[in-house]
Design a protein around this ligand. Structure first.
Ligand code: SF4
Ligand code: MG
Length: 333
């Protein structure tokens, strides 16, 4: 059957000093129904650009999808007009972000903003919308929702604001939720509660989630499968158990080794030597991880590894696996 989401050979570029640079480069993957798919990688690996490409929220002034397709239930979203895409957003696909304060309007009440979402996609009266807003806030664990509808975002804690954002995102029961670092700004206890809430909603709404995160703890807790991105490309894609117990790509292995202990107050992943190449310095040929890879070989600077699937359905793009040489094997996409 048609997958819920199928991204095929997606290439999204940013214009920097009058030339185009691919922030997402030839990315292909599917999201099945009721699946939670993690997308991991350091900042600058293309995770957020990928999600903005899927939901059609790329900044128009300096970025564009240059090729490939984003099929939602078989329909190519990259061909839709702005109006058509507005219909899709909220109703079919929603997104939540790291810092809810930036997505909530500070001068409008919570109830007003929630009702706006409902009016966008449903033909209901003001009274019905108010009632539905209160019920939605209850459903995301806000007990005093009758009062909260008349409050402003700054009157709420960070965790409460994220609950409100989740209520807005799932108000019309979309089948796909994209969550970009949804708990990164929250303290650990609240983080766990929000993840639990997302899981509950995912199950009760038969929803799929693309969970963008740099936190492998979140991945272990939430995800069915994981996509690892590096330098705008998918370097590995497999189920969550295989990722933790039998990773193949040297970058994935490095990520797993860099999980900080609880007491370390360090930014996750900073312990991998070197940095992600910037868009303008991205190598045109060869493996993008070559400068940081402990296993780099001569071919790695000249041959671009291709993402290919092994017999277990495990995708990897690394020349340590003969399949990833461009001339061999069957391409994953
Ligand atoms: Fe390392 Fe080469 Fe594999 Fe890239 S292709 S991850 S440089 S071994
Ligand atoms: Mg990001």
């Amino acid at each position: 059957s048609t997958p819920l989401l199928e991204v095929k050979n997606l290439q999204t570029a940013f214009s920097i000093n009058d030339s185009w640079h691919n922030a997402v480069d030839d990315v292909s993957f599917q999201v099945g129904r009721k699946r939670i798919v993690g997308v991991v990688g350091e900042s600058g690996c293309g995770k957020s650009v990928l999600s903005l490409s899927v939901i059609g929220l790329l900044p128009k002034v300096n970025s564009q999808i240059r090729s490939g397709s984003v099929l939602f239930k078989g329909k190519n979203l990259t061909h839709l007009s702005e109006d058509e895409m507005n219909d899709v957003r909220g109703k079919d696909i929603s997104m939540i972000f790291q810092e809810p304060m930036t997505s909530l309007n500070p001068v409008l009440t919570i109830g007003y903003q929630l009702q706006e979402v409902l009016f966008n996609h449903m033909n209901i009266s003001k009274a019905e919308a108010r009632e539905k807003s209160i019920a939605l806030l209850k459903s995301v664990g806000i007990s005093r929702s009758e009062k909260l509808v008349d409050e402003y975002p700054h009157q709420l804690s960070g965790g409460m604001r994220q609950r409100v954002m989740i209520a807005m995102a799932v108000a019309c029961q979309p089948k796909l939720l994209i969550a970009d670092e949804p708990t990164t700004a929250l303290d650990v206890t609240v983080q766990a509660q929000i993840l639990e809430l997302l899981k509950e909603i995912q199950e009760s709404n038969d929803m799929s989630i693309i969970m963008i995160t740099h936190d492998l703890g979140v991945v272990a807790e939430m995800c069915d499968e994981v996509i690892v991105m590096y330098g705008g490309k998918i370097v590995e894609h497999t189920d969550v158990d295989t990722l933790f117990y039998a990773p193949k790509h040297p970058y994935t292995k490095a990520l797993l080794h860099s999980i900080p202990r609880m007491e370390d107050d360090v930014e996750v992943l900073n312990t991998i030597k070197g940095i992600v190449p910037s868009l303008v310095n991205m190598p045109r040929t060869g493996c993008r991880f070559v400068n940081r890879c402990p296993h780099a070989m001569e071919d790695c600077s000249s041959v671009t590894p291709v993402l290919r699937q092994d017999s277990q359905g495990h995708d990897v793009a690394c020349l340590l696996y003969k399949n990833s040489y461009p001339s061999k094997g069957v391409k994953t996409s």
